[in-house]
Design a binder for this molecule. Structure first.
Ligand SMILES: Cc1cc2nc3c(=O)[nH]c(=O)nc-3n(C[C@H](O)[C@H](O)[C@H](O)COP(=O)(O)OP(=O)(O)OC[C@H]3O[C@@H](n4cnc5c(N)ncnc54)[C@H](O)[C@@H]3O)c2cc1C
Length: 403
């Protein structure tokens, strides 16, 4: 296992870091106080600049307008981008579009790629992924209520979804819906993925959910949506019938690396802000916050946890690059809950050190504290990943006992 990087990537990472710090950090106060739409024109011109510099779509191969990086190397870029709230969006690798691009690339027909993937790659449209439903436990996504039934050469889609991230302003959804029913159908083979343009009659964006006191805008929103007998052509099926669950799994392996490395970028920025604040916040005429041992202990704990998390994620990315996501299933589950936990602890310490200032939107810490609590829930809650890891660990022991 080797985490060395080429001199070329090293230079690119340094240049990307300078760009993120000089162009994106200064936009965050306006984002936090005036909202996403207030800075959208500036973001559009920065997206153009990123394209011109050859950094666009860092997660995709070069023949699809991307940077052509391995997953491990993309992870390193993702960490740098994660240092700003706006990084992934400006480089067009934000969730859920990045995952949708990957599955359209792998499972889309030529016509689907032309109609749906190409505009996503250009950055002229956004998309969303509609799987979770209020009425069913999302932790077990084989249980779904939304259906698609065939009527001539159309699928008729009906269902209720929520937490459809970024549906507000998106052009299409990839919807997980039940298409296969019957006693002989296995639970994992009931659902399919179907592409639904959001201007299809019957599609209803019920509301942007209020999450921790914020409704969010554009790609920073999470919607409740309804598909009221939406009709789409049969050709909008993504991949094969009944393969929705396995396509979703394909998306989640690399997707968890994307999230984990983004979270490590958030941790690094939060730790940097914490050190900077602690050293300048005067408690007495000769002592700052940074002179207090309890604060020093928190800083050391954060440093150690972030470094451990990074090594675990890079190792998992390396394994996926060399042996595929299936071989790294245990590691993927491990990093998902471990790094989400590190993120909560590092952000909590950062907020505490900033005192009242930490609760305001004068730093990005409170934004991340609100938004990233969800890291322990989305893409599989902690408990599901721990169960999956423990089950694998216990397998050989149970086997021995049976003998
Ligand atoms: C910010 C955010 C963005 C999201 N974006 C999307 C999106 O774009 N598209 C989409 O389709 N979905 C999205 N989701 C939904 C997300 O995937 C689900 O919330 C998640 O899968 C959990 O499902 P649930 O909310 O129904 O919780 P439930 O399944 O009802 O579980 C509730 C809690 O029970 C516990 N639990 C679950 N299973 C077990 C178990 N076996 N043993 C012990 N405890 C358990 C966990 O603590 C879990 O948090 C998003 C969620 C959030 C918060």
């Amino acid at each position: 296992m080797n985490f060395d990087i080429s001199p070329q990537l090293k230079a690119q990472l340094a240049a990307i870091r300078r760009f993120v710090e000089s162009e994106l950090y200064p936009l965050e106060p306006a984002l936090l106080k005036e909202g996403f739409n207030a800075i959208k024109p500036r973001l559009n011109s920065l997206r153009q600049e990123v394209k011109e510099r050859g950094w666009w779509l860092p997660h995709l191969p070069e023949d699809h307008h991307g940077m052509g990086l391995s997953l491990m190397n993309f992870g390193m870029v993702s960490e740098v981008l994660g240092g700003s709230i706006l990084g992934h969006y400006v480089f067009n690798c934000q969730a859920p579009d990045a995952g949708n691009m990957e599955i359209l690339l792998e499972f889309g027909t030529d016509a689907q790629k032309e109609q749906f993937l190409e505009p996503l790659l250009q950055g002229s449209v956004r998309s969303c992924f509609a799987m979770t439903e209020p009425e069913f436990a999302g932790s077990n996504p084989v249980r779904l209520g939304a259906t698609a039934t065939l009527d001539g050469d159309e699928w008729v889609i009906s269902g209720h979804k929520w937490f459809t991230t970024a549906a507000d302003g998106a052009q299409f959804a990839i919807a997980m819906v039940v298409t296969e029913e019957g006693d002989d159908i296995k639970p994992h083979a009931r659902a399919s993925q179907i592409i639904v343009p959001l201007n299809t009659p019957g599609f209803e964006l019920v509301q942007n959910l209020s999450i921790m006191g914020e409704r969010g805008e554009d790609y920073l929103s999470h919607a409740e949506v309804r598909f009221n007998d939406c009709r789409v052509p049969v050709s909008n099926m993504l991949g094969e019938r009944g393969k929705g669950f396995s396509i979703a799994q394909t998306r989640l392996g690399p997707g968890r690396i994307h999230h984990c490395m983004r979270w490590i970028g958030i941790c690094e920025r939060a730790l940097h802000l914490t050190c900077a604040y602690a050293t300048q916040r005067q408690l007495t005429s000769d002592q700052t916050l940074a002179d207090q041992q309890i604060i020093q202990s928190w800083l050391a704990e954060s440093r150690a946890e972030i470094d451990a998390a990074r090594l675990m994620v890079l190792r998992t990315a390396w394994l996926i690059d060399h042996q595929g996501a299936r071989a790294a299933r245990q590691e993927i589950s491990t990093i998902k809950f471990y790094v989400a936990g590190v993120l909560q602890r590092v952000l909590d310490r950062a907020l505490q050190v900033h005192g009242g200032l930490g609760m305001t939107d004068d730093t990005p810490i409170a934004f991340w504290y609100r938004h990233e609590r969800a890291a322990r829930i989305y893409d599989g809650p902690d408990e599901v990943h721990k169960l999956s890891l423990a089950r694998t660990m216990l397998k050989p022991y149970r086997f021995r006992k049976d003998k």
